[in-house]
Ligand binder design. Sequence first.
Ligand SMILES: Cc1cc2nc3c(=O)[nH]c(=O)nc-3n(C[C@H](O)[C@H](O)[C@H](O)COP(=O)(O)O)c2cc1C
Length: 141
Amino acid sequence: MKVVAFNGSARKDGNTAVMIRRVLEVLEEEGIETELIQLAGERIFGCRACGTCVKNKNKQCINEDDKINAYIRKVIDADGLILGSPVYFSMVTPELKALIDRVGYVSRANGDLLKGKVGAAVVAVRRAGAMTTFDAINHSF
Ligand SMILES: Cc1cc2nc3c(=O)[nH]c(=O)nc-3n(C[C@H](O)[C@H](O)[C@H](O)COP(=O)(O)O)c2cc1C
């Protein structure tokens, strides 16, 4: 059994990585294989909405300019997924959103590749309590 974790933070080995690693430690104690993929420093583009994955149905994205197809293969091979992100203006980071959009679209185009997998989220914040996007833009962190 394998769990793959993606860290969407722009800071490699920052707060989100510390928290994801803590989760992975517990999984490893249970005999589950784990892998942490940090998106910091990686170029990862948003979905171009070209629809080619829907036509081709080959479990791949046509855009080969980044590592998305390698990440899609990691997701397909995993039994469980962890998506980790710091909060950036009340949202996940652009890198993690790009991953979600592109993996999600290819998954749906191929009969739901994520079906049957378990998932969990890890979120790092600076300030306690929920903030709306409007609040976040109008406050310093
Ligand atoms: C561009 C940007 C936007 C942020 N927006 C928020 C926010 O809306 N709310 C919040 O609590 N923290 C916000 N933060 C702070 C980070 O979420 C926080 O420092 C987090 O622990 C960083 O995790 P990391 O070390 O894994 O990058 C923001 C940080 C950055 C760089």
